[in-house]
Design a protein around this ligand. Structure first.
Ligand SMILES: NC(=O)c1ccc[n+]([C@@H]2O[C@H](COP(=O)([O-])OP(=O)(O)OC[C@H]3O[C@@H](n4cnc5c(N)ncnc54)[C@H](OP(=O)(O)O)[C@@H]3O)[C@@H](O)[C@H]2O)c1
Length: 241
């Protein structure tokens, strides 16, 4: 798929990677970009339509879906990242609410439009989905869950012509990682790499120098082969719920 002339929705669009995704979609000639934000947003480009969208709020998700009449590309980008030590159940629930259920809820709400357009879903996951960072175990667990969701959606929606990409993002220089003193990619470079990955049909996108080191090993590895095997099994033996 190419971004030019397409309609794109980005959650968490007001800052960080989300803001860069909006800018890059416009640069690539998107026809309309819906910018999902919790607070009101003003954007100078007339192709941007702000949408009030807290991804933990089912009523806002529903209202947002009713304001959009066509969609080619949904980017589930909104996320939270907090330090914890697994001692507090509330921290797990808070991360799951945004990073997992938020992704699930927004996807379900926009699925009819994406099915109609034979569109694309991009879930901004994290490298921590593959290996937990024990400084942020609740975040890591929520991203592992979001990655598993992405893999299942990919298999379940393939028959409807909807493509589903995971972005296995490494460290990016945003508010989220301000406290981490490590090399980080710029949000603009990551947004560019995400759209390049979508346009090149890469199922799993590794959009920064750290994640790129894992890309070949992941694509040729046992876990990816097992994902394909499981997807084929599900296609061969469909079960009606
Ligand atoms: N930065 C990294 O190193 C890194 C690495 C791997 C993956 N990621 C993932 O990339 C995505 C974007 O991260 P970022 O680095 O750009 O972070 P960021 O600068 O902290 O931005 C987070 C965005 O998510 C929004 N958000 C948070 N909770 C929300 C909710 N309940 N409903 C709707 N929007 C909500 C924020 O909105 P408000 O302004 O209203 O808070 C903000 O727009 C996240 O999913 C993150 O996990 C980031």
């Amino acid at each position: 798929m190419t971004i030019a002339d397409k309609t794109v929705l980005v959650t968490g669009a007001n800052r960080g990677i989300g803001q860069a995704l909006v800018a890059d979609a416009l640069r690539r000639g998107a026809r309309r970009v819906y910018a999902g934000t919790r607070q009101p947003l003003a954007h100078p480009d007339g192709r941007v339509t702000p949408l009030t969208l807290d991804v933990t709020n089912p009523a806002q998700i529903q209202a947002a879906a009713e304001q959009v009449d066509a969609l080619d590309l949904l980017i589930n980008n909104a996320g939270i990242w907090l330090y914890d030590d697994l001692s507090d159940r509330a921290m797990l629930e808070e991360h799951l609410a945004v990073n997992f259920y938020g992704t699930w809820g927004v996807t379900q709400a926009f699925l009819p439009l994406l099915t109609r357009s034979k569109g694309t879903i991009v879930n901004n996951v994290s490298l921590m989905a593959l290996a937990a960072l024990p400084l942020t175990p609740a975040y890591s667990a929520s991203k592992a869950a979001a990655f598993s969701l992405t893999q299942s959606l990919r298999a379940l929606l393939a028959g409807r012509g909807v493509r589903v990409h995971a972005v296995l993002t490494g460290p990016v220089d945003t508010d989220m990682t301000r406290s981490l003193d490590i090399p980080k990619a710029s949000p603009a470079s990551v947004a560019r790499a995400i759209f390049d990955g979508v346009e090149n049909g890469e199922e799993d996108i590794f959009p920064d120098p750290m994640s790129a080191l894992l890309a070949d090993g992941w694509r040729d590895g046992v876990a990816k082969a097992f994902e394909r095997q499981n997807a084929a099994l599900a296609q061969a033996q469909p079960v009606t719920a």
